[in-house]
Design a protein around this ligand. Sequence first.
Ligand code: EZ4
Ligand code: CO
Length: 402
Amino acid sequence: MKITTASVNVCSPGRNFTTLKIETDEGIYGLGDGTLNGRELAVVSYLREHLIPCLIGRDPFQIEDIWQYLYRGAYWRRGPVTMSAIGAVDMALWDIKGKALNTPAYNLLGGKSRNGVLVYAHANGADIEQTIDAVARQIDLGYLAVRAQSGIPGLASTYGVAKGNKPYEPAERGLPSESLWSTEKYLRHVPELFERARQQFGEDIHLLHDCHHRLTPIEAARLGKELEPYHLFWIEDPVPAELQEGFRVIRQHTTTPLATGEALNTIWDAQELIREQWIDYIRMTLVHAGGFTHLKKIADFAALFHVRTGCHGATDLSPISMGAALHFGLAIHNFGIQEHMPHSAETDAVFPHQYSFDAGYMYPGDAPGLGVEIDETLAAKYPYQRAYLPINRKMDGTLFDW
Ligand code: EZ4
Ligand code: CO
């Protein structure tokens, strides 16, 4: 089999998605997600100008060699743009191989290690009571694990909290919006939220929280300690993760489990975090971390150090990524949990898929390959629109982490 052509589709059914389609001389094609929220066209250009020309004529079954060719062969390595582009190619190649061998991708990864993929839902509200109501709604839908984010008194807006009862997930069209942040107000508020949540829901439900990179290590240590009585499943991204050693400080002070990695791209970004056992869950995704070929190596390395996966799965990743993540989560042994935000109806219509949710678990389906398609005619009705993630400043105007 040979790759004959490849093309990139960017559509915006509510938000932007980048899809790579690789076609072969046997009529089989594969799809990969290359979406990088707020920086989409950098990946599109990387694919169109630099990767696709290298793919034509290659045997799509030589996945490892193609991966190494694109990664090592560039000389310039790592980073979100490069790794998302390689991730899209890799996903599409696994899709082709599954279709060619007439088997779902999880079988190419070693087969099922479990019956279903535990997922966590998002719940948010303007204040604690509204957040508690939102958690209750997710439990009613059948979720066994829920991430809770609440508005903070004295702050007009914060990460994770939508205006009204809508699902939350930027980017926004137009130039970046700006919000104001106070770590002091945040740290006072969060333990109260989880005290209230445990009173309401008992111990059986898994509760999670995303700090979204906004604390210093010692602040995160304090939060982790104060949350210990409420037995969170994890706190996520307590600090920005460029400084892997920052996690050592947090770890010395708290038994609250730690998760990070949604903004990391290679094993080199996380190897100390994992080897030193400073985290419990690694959140890198197939799309932003070089596809199955690379994430499998990260997961296998993590397994040696009792670190499990907790892959990012917000709605800024396309349904192709979601489907792929479910094959991955079903197959690998050290799976922990998978993030799940349902996509909008428009997005689901553009990307018809085999995956499903039932009673807290998701299932990738048994279609060959990834089991996610794209309706190109419908996609064409939603042209790309520039959008940005928000900017965050401290109360005095200092630019801060969003
Ligand atoms: O902010 O995917 O856990 N989920 C997250 C997401 C990220 C977005 C960035 O594009 O942190 O909401
Ligand atoms: Co996050």
